[in-house]
Design a protein around this ligand. Sequence first.
Ligand code: FAD
Length: 226
Amino acid sequence: MKRLLILGAGTAGTMIANRMVHALDMHDWQITIVDQDEIHYYQPGFLFIPFGTYARADVMRPKREYLPREVKVIISSIEQIDAEQKKVTLAKDNLVLPYDYLIIATGTRVVPDETPGLTEQEWRKSIFDFYTPDGAVALHNFLRTWEGGRLVLNVAEMPIKCPVAPLEFLFLADAYFQDRGIRDKVELTYATPLSAAFTKPIAAAQLGALLEEKNIKLVTDFNIAR
Ligand SMILES: Cc1cc2nc3c(=O)[nH]c(=O)nc-3n(C[C@H](O)[C@H](O)[C@H](O)COP(=O)(O)OP(=O)(O)OC[C@H]3O[C@@H](n4cnc5c(N)ncnc54)[C@H](O)[C@@H]3O)c2cc1C
């Protein structure tokens, strides 16, 4: 029996597990997937939480619902990979999982404390992220009663997950403040380390024009220091 071990049951790990069950002869293979979290978060949905279109519960589903029956699911944090010995150690009961093939699909995580000043006293009071469920919900609670002012969306560093998400956020913000009748009280600014609104030239021109049309200021080559 050969052992395929998948680390991470997010979007990539879940897709791989589903595909491998069909691609491999399951009489010869045992597939195991490990994740620290029972819940799958639909990350593109985080964009809609700040504006009240989605609540947190709308972007959450049990991971197991999307994993094939044939796959063994273990909920635990992953502690260590020993590539030479072909084994992975989990936090849960110090369980050791030997493997023949390993797929690492642990994604990325948001690390706001790498920017000096970001996670100090104003974090989630006047400084927010929307790349985490907690951040998106905190931003929603803030925006609900905000009466206007200056809103700056800053991309701290490239690359980011879903390069278009910051622009989507700003267009949604423009619509949201219009609906609330306070668009004229809100100054929207997009501060990006890129030299244009987007990475690719044609999209950059189109999206740049759209920002201008919607009176969203674009500040390029902006590299945050603190
Ligand atoms: C706001 C936003 C909008 C987006 N919009 C789009 C879009 O429109 N279209 C699009 O294609 N993509 C979009 N994305 C990107 C998309 O969500 C990600 O690219 C995708 O989720 C990445 O999948 P992944 O499996 O690599 O990582 P993830 O889905 O993040 O999964 C990683 C998994 O690994 C687990 N893990 C990590 N470390 C450990 C550990 N040590 N122990 C145990 N488990 C661990 C985590 O719990 C997690 O379940 C968006 C993302 C965001 C944040």
